[in-house]
Write a protein that binds this ligand. Structure first.
Ligand SMILES: Nc1ncnc2c1ncn2[C@@H]1O[C@H](COP(=O)(O)OP(=O)(O)OP(=O)(O)O)[C@@H](O)[C@H]1O
Length: 523
């Protein structure tokens, strides 16, 4: 192949590699083809495999007479011509004669207005997938024909890319229509409207969200498990200039330690056993959008160093590569852990903590926003009823009181599950909250003094072992809440409504070590 031919081939592959729609590529494609022959017009047709030809892209000069008999050129007239031609080639292809098969590679054909149309089948091994129609002022020489034939492959790639992009666009339109219809059924205009308590217990939080969302600053969301950290991270993304970009969540705690770097930053092919192909990591995939690093406190020290680098310079290095890659990502991190304490203990880097904590948002627990429980409950009941296709069961004042009495270690997520269960258990006719909350549960919050005393005193009764287990679990739960503290105004004895000495006796009897709860939190 000559240097010129190589140059044309490279130029067309460069265009194909842009993965753009054909209408954008047409001027560049025709410019390359014009260097080979006196081409005036170019039409690219794609065959969809079901006996249909579609005009994927067309280009023509204003001043050149038209190739087709009708003007303006309609897709129908182009198709008719092509179909006529395709029928002719089908007849030719039935013949095994080598000359005819060669002729099928390019067809110098129909002559309209004294011009030559070059019909070029675009083939893959599986068959003919497209046709390029070139309208030239003069006939092509055999060497020009050869050069054109060599360009069939990148032209086909351009058509295929165009088809894929059109397909994706169609899926996008369909997904958006589904989203709108779903929002309509929920009586909402956008997902972000769905933050229950935005004007109640989350008012301060939403104020912080609105303050930080338009800026490029990173955000650290602190809150117990299930308190709504992801919901808040999404709200920031949706209110930011990046809202059209991706929002990706990665749970740092769920990444296998040996794969953390490759997952976050990507890897090159062959960089480790099993790296069969190069792969983009979460940071690259979130380009132009927001990366939500959930459970950031779980990252091991080595990954913390690399995360700090991205946050400082916006630069990552793939595993197995020495090249820096610039990424354009806003990072929102979250954790239920006590990060300052982890810094003190040396398990979380201090410099990373300062970098992440530029704009902290602290989420209240559900217990700290009990006034939102009624609205949240209605929201979850409605959602569950809608999912099950049953009428929305009413929520009574007694139900609300019960829900407020419950201690919610799993926060809003747990509330949602309980209410969904209550709708299911009530068969959509009523709300079976009692069953959904379970029998007297270790999670029941601060029972009154006599209830607690009864429970604890009954430990001496060896008959009912399961009751003993319930008591032990409840004491453990309260100790978790009080972080192992037994006495004092915030101690477990006070919470349980019994004497400190009684509680200490029970602890000994039940084999519970209060000190073991010193550093734990409910998660
Ligand atoms: N304000 C809210 N209004 C409505 N639903 C909420 C709200 N906050 C949280 N939820 C719902 O509660 C559940 C838990 O929320 P989310 O996943 O955001 O919590 P999280 O703090 O990120 O949890 P984890 O610590 O386990 O990652 C989700 O189903 C979410 O839709």
């Amino acid at each position: 192949m000559t240097v010129q031919a190589d140059k044309h081939l490279l130029a067309l592959w460069t265009e194909a590699g842009k993965h753009a729609v054909l209408s954008e590529l047409m001027p560049s494609l025709i410019a390359v083809l014009r260097e080979i022959t006196s081409i005036d017009e170019l039409y690219l047709f794609a065959f969809n495999g079901a006996d249909e030809w579609r005009l994927s892209g067309g280009w023509r000069d204003e001043y050149v007479p038209e190739i087709f008999t009708q003007r303006p050129i309609t897709e129908a007239s182009a198709l008719e011509t092509i179909q006529r031609w395709a029928r002719a080639t089908a007849q030719l292809s039935e013949q095994s004669d080598a000359t005819h098969r060669a002729a099928l590679r390019i067809l110098l054909g129909s002559d309209y207005d004294g011009r030559i149309s070059v019909l070029m089948p675009l083939r893959r091994d599986t068959g003919m997938l497209g046709i390029a129609v070139l309208v030239c002022e003069s006939a092509c020489t055999s060497s020009q024909c050869e050069q054109l034939i060599a360009l069939a492959e990148p032209l086909l790639a351009c058509i295929e890319n165009d088809q894929q992009l059109t397909h994706i666009q169609r899926l996008r339109v369909r997904a958006e229509a589904d989203r709108q219809s779903l929002l309509g059924r929920l009586g909402l205009r956008s997902i972000s409207e769905n933050i229950v308590g935005a004007d109640g217990g989350l008012k301060q939080v939403m104020h912080r969200v609105n303050q930080v969302a338009p800026s490029p600053a990173g955000v650290l969301i602190l809150g117990e498990t299930g308190a709504g950290k992801e919901v808040i991270a999404r709200a920031i993304h949706e209110r930011s200039a990046r809202h059209n970009g991706p929002f990706l969540r990665v749970n740092c705690g769920a990444l296998p330690p040996e794969l953390i770097d490759s997952e976050l930053f990507g890897h090159e092919k062959g960089s480790f056993t099993g790296a069969l192909a190069s792969r983009r990591g979460w940071f690259e995939r979130a380009g132009g959008g927001t990366l939500f690093l959930d459970e950031v406190g779980e990252l091991p020290p080595a990954a913390q160093v690399r995360l700090l680098r991205v946050l400082q310079d916006g630069i990552i290095q793939k595993v197995g590569s020495e090249h820096d890659v610039q990424v354009d990502v806003r990072v929102i991190a979250a954790t239920h852990r006590d990060l300052p304490k982890m810094v003190q203990e040396g398990s979380f880097r201090e410099d990373l903590w300062y970098r992440l904590a530029v704009f902290p948002i602290i989420l209240p627990t559900l217990n700290e926003r009990l006034d939102d429980i009624e609205d949240l409950a209605k929201h979850f009941i409605q959602r569950a009823a809608m999912r099950m296709g049953v009428p929305v069961p009413p929520l009574s004042a007694a139900d609300v009181r019960n829900l407020k009495r419950y201690s919610w270690p799993g926060n809003i997520r747990e509330l949602g599950s309980v209410l969904e269960r209550a709708v299911i258990l009530g068969h959509g006719e009523y709300l079976d909250l009692e069953m959904a909350l379970g029998a007297p549960s270790p999670k029941l919050k601060s029972p009154n003094k006599s209830e607690a005393a009864d429970l604890v005193n009954s430990v001496s009764d060896p008959v009912d072992e399961s009751l003993e287990a319930v008591i032990a679990a409840h004491i453990k739960y309260v100790l978790t809440d009080t972080k192992g503290r037994v006495d004092g105004p915030f101690g477990a004895a006070k919470r349980l409504g019994i004497n400190v000495s009684t509680l200490r006796a029970k602890l000994r009897k039940l084999g519970i070590d209060a000190n073991a709860f010193r550093s734990s939190s409910r998660d």
